[in-house]
Design a protein around this ligand. Structure first.
Ligand code: HEC
Ligand code: HEC
Ligand code: HEC
Ligand code: HEC
Length: 117
């Protein structure tokens, strides 16, 4: 009995560590978001000062398990399709930062986000 419990606890610890490491690995590597006009590269590193919930609006605390595109698909209407969802979040902030004279990401040129294939 005790052996079984120890074994189970050990497995749970390993499982939790694997989940945490996977999330960290995903955040260190740039994420490539496939898109018809050309793939978009997103780097968490370039956005590390920003609270997670600014973008991951469905998660208040705890782990983030689902990508935006799990809910915002190319054709969804409710919630907004992925183009409208991403454009409003990404471009709105970059425009605001630029207006305030601070460093920002791409806001106007499509090809600065949609890389050539
Ligand atoms: C500036 C916007 C932004 C911020 C801030 C942000 N993320 Fe993300 N995150 C994204 C985008 C965009 C994706 C990729 C979404 C997609 O592929 O649909 C992503 C993906 C992820 C994924 C992978 C999800 C999956 O299942 O593929 C994890 C984990 C994650 N973010 C965690 C975090 C955590 C933790 C924070 C805060 C420390 C954070 N993010 C802050 C925009 C952001
Ligand atoms: C679990 C599903 C889910 C995930 C994951 C999700 N969203 Fe949403 N999103 C929704 C729903 C539902 C709404 C509409 C209700 C609301 O505003 O909360 C919405 C609304 C929005 C809106 C407002 C759109 C409008 O027309 O008013 C934006 C922008 C947005 N999401 C961007 C994102 C981004 C960027 C990500 C990933 C970082 C993301 N969402 C992840 C479900 C999701
Ligand atoms: C709340 C503000 C905010 C949001 C939301 C945001 N960004 Fe940014 N982004 C910035 C700032 C600030 C910089 C400049 C960072 C620097 O130069 O120090 C930046 C830089 C960038 C860069 C150039 C640096 C690099 O990593 O190549 C790209 C590309 C970029 N953002 C893409 C995106 C995409 C795609 C999204 C939406 C998923 C997004 N950003 C959402 C604030 C934001
Ligand atoms: C800040 C980065 C950024 C800028 C600037 C930007 N986009 Fe996007 N765009 C994205 C992201 C992220 C997506 C979501 C990926 C997806 O689901 O296709 C997207 C999605 C799209 C889609 C939907 C494609 C599909 O497969 O459903 C179109 C079309 C599009 N963008 C066109 C444009 C055009 C035209 C411009 C210039 C006027 C532009 N974008 C500027 C980041 C950007």
């Amino acid at each position: 009995m005790a052996m079984t419990r120890q074994f189970t606890q050990c497995c749970l610890v390993l499982l939790a560590a694997t989940v945490a490491n996977t999330a960290r690995a995903q955040m260190n590597e740039p994420i490539v978001i496939p898109s018809r006009p050309g793939p978009v590269e997103f780097s968490h590193q370039s956005h590390r000062g920003i609270g997670c919930g600014v973008c991951h609006h469905t998660v208040k605390d705890g782990p983030i398990e689902r990508s935006c595109r799990a809910c915002h698909t190319a054709d969804s209407r409710d919630p907004a399709n992925s183009r409208d969802a991403f454009h409003s979040v990404c471009i709105a902030c970059h425009l605001a930062e630029r207006k305030a004279g601070r460093p920002s990401g791409p806001a106007k040129l499509c090809s600065e986000c949609h890389l050539r294939q």
